[in-house]
Design a protein. Sequence first.
Lengths: 299, 668
Amino acid sequence: MLQRFLDPATLASISSLDLVAKTVVDGFVAGLHRSPDFGFSQEFAEYRAYSEGDDLRHVDWNVFARTDKCFLKRYRGETNSQLLILLDTSASMSYTSQKITKLDYAQFLAASLCYMANGQRDAAGLIVFDEDVTNYVAPSTRQGQLFRLLHAIEKVEHGQPNTRTAFAKPFVHFQNFLHRRGIVVVISDYYGDPEEIIQTVEPLRFRGNEVILFHMLDPLEIKPKFKEPVLLYDLEDTKQSLEVSPEYARTDYRRKMEAHIEALSSKAKSAGMDYFLMDTGRPLDEGLREYLAVRRGRF
Amino acid sequence: MGFLTPWFLAGTVAVGLPVWLHLLKKHKTTPLPFSSLMFFERRTQSSIKHRRLRYLLLFAARLLLVALIVLAFAHPYVRQTVLASRRQGEITVLAIDNSLSMRAGDRLRQAKQGAKSVVGGLRVGQRAEVLAFGSRVQVMSEITDDHNPLNAAIDSIEPSDTRTSYAELARSLRSIAQSIHLPLAVHLYSDMQQTGWPQNFNDLRLNADVQLHPHGIEAKEIPNFAVENVVAPRRVYDNKKSRVLVTVAGFGNKKATRSVSLVLNGRVTETKQAEVPENGRAQVEFLSLDVPYGRNKGEVRIDSADTLPADDVFYFSVERADPRHALFVQDAAGSRGLLYFKAALEASGQSAFEIDPAAVDQIANVSPAKYAFVVLSDLGALPASFENQLRDYVRTGGGVLISLGHLSEGKSKVPVGGQAIMETRYMGREGERFQTAAWLDKSHPSILNDDRWDDVKFYRAIHVTPGTSRVAARLADQTPLLLDEPIGEGHVLVFASTFDNIDNDFPRSGTFVPFIEQTARYLGRLDSGPSSVAVGAFEELRNSKEKGAAVDVVDPKGERALNLEEATKAQNIQFTIAGFYDIRRPNGRNELVAVNSDRHESDLTPVNEQDLILWQNTAQGAAAGGETASAEQKPLSLWWYVMLGVLALSVAESLLGNQHLSVDKEAA
């Protein structure tokens, strides 16, 4: 099972990234960076006067004994960031023009991210959704969490016909599930109005989360190539069909798709979110490496 | 259009292949899944329709391609006439009839107009040639593509008096086609007279690459009257003995009365009426010919009032002269030969000669030059000086007739002529009582019109070795009877017997008178030719090999017919214009020749349509059946054109198909 998701060659290529990258990237190679918050690490940070309501476990009793004043001892925390992966399994994710579907690719991506998070002892969780939340694995660093995650990813069924991507409803739930700040990775094909999508996802960012959008697209979705006029039906609404000419697919469609990607990308960035287009025709590691490289550059 | 291998047309079923590919297969549209149709629009239908249209074009191209390939296998052909104008290097020949009959109405003008319209319709670079034809073919222009010289050549064609000869035209066309090795398109402008048609149809045959386009000019039967013939004496010695017989002919006419006038030297001397029956002839006789001395121009005219006035006049020449003297030399003792000879000459009708008898012993100082001819009737001895004078006389054109009798036996040779005398043949001594003339040269002028010598009995003859002489008659034992020895411009005629009714009974024979008359005319150079000749006839200008002496010929227009070089060298002349030719020879033998157009031209009946079609077909190698039959005989294969179509369609199909495949390339 593990072999299926975590192609050793893929992981090896990711592991070969240099050490600096590992230290800079927050979340993916967790544990090598300082947490911006105070935590439970051994490195002393400062003393602070006790105020009402503080946890008594953090009171430095030795100082109290000497000075009879309550001081809290604070340490530079090494936090394990929380990674929450939101995996879209709507019908459109089943589309493919090659061996693996977009959903397969998304599963590989989710599993890879989970594995890396586990390697950094970050709490990783998973939410599977289409029109609604279909599965949820709460973020945790407990023993066996990785296997639970992989299991959950493994048992994701390919989207049933006519199941649409609906961000609004499941995202209300997501906000309930998120108790800690962390990294939220949304893997979807984002068929919808970019404005609406960003508006729906943006609240996650308000809670201090870092939101990363992975846009899964098949090469034929980006650049459809038909030999002759074809009759297409919508995977998310099989009743809807349309005869499409190769010329249109070659010109107008591409223009619209590029505009869509561009709009999604720009709106995501303006909302403080990261956006990455994952072409399922490209190797998985290439996409991840590019992602890591970009993140490193930002820091 | 036909097919050489029509069974291949069964391959047309292969057309079903593109039909299946395009129409039947095309409609099987399998719906394909796609993530989302949010970026597709309904309006893309129009694009698909446009594409379908192009698809239909490709379909049509493929359909046509298959059909053309099948057609190429079936080997189509068309009749040659369909593509006749596409013949490579074709020369257009404009043959215009300028014979006498084209003078009727404005036929020649119409013919020229028609020819000019053809010149006007010539394509750029298409070459043409202009011919005029009557009895002969005249090349009026060289082969050129310049319209100006062609039109000028057409304009320069003048009406002639000659007779139409389609055979001559056909011969010239064959000759042109063989020499230039290019196809000819012949436009024939003529009134298509039946009389111009040759006796032998084979004379009309044309080469296979000659196309004949006959254009009939007023090709219909028109009433026409003509003076068909005039019989008049060429020389008149006694006005009262002369008469003129006129034949008036009507062609396609109704019964009519015509005035016939005899015109002498431009003056009407007598007029008579002639009743011309329907499509028949009438004869009118003028019983006297009152002409002055010398050469006179005679005409017979009718008042025909038809469209062809050129044949309403008939020219003839008549010469009024006194009888000429002939010297009859006989033995001093006299003989009956003179009696018979003179009687025969007088009996011939015209008193052209007067006999001056002379004894042999009286002639020493007589000059033979003033005599028309000289007769030496069985002379023993001839004065040497006279014999020398006679030789000179003969050399300059004089004639001598020598009869040999018993007085010649002792001599070794014939006087003047010089032939050797071998022996005297006595028929009675050789077991035969008499000999007859067994062989006659019927072309000799003395025997020409009467060769019935069978009943003439010859009892004695002098055997003369002919030598270089022409033998005109022989006896049954091959003894030469009549010998003709030309000396200089004159002749010496030797008769190996006598005219005295002793050595033979020739003077009592019916043949004697014509023989004497013809011999007298021959020796006296009084030819009895017709008073007129037809256009196209030839006249001898000089009858010796002497060169340098100029002969003047003045044609009916009053112009010299020969240039200076021709005047000194030409042996003969052809008469091409109707009228009077004045011929003046250096030896003083002047002549007025009346030339008339051929009266065959008077019959304006056109040749029937079938004959014309047959003539056209000789050019196209077909036996019969008109133009269509000839076309079928020479099919023109369209295989190359079909293959070119296949090639063009293949390119078009590739381009159209490539437009579809250009999407495929990216999709792949």
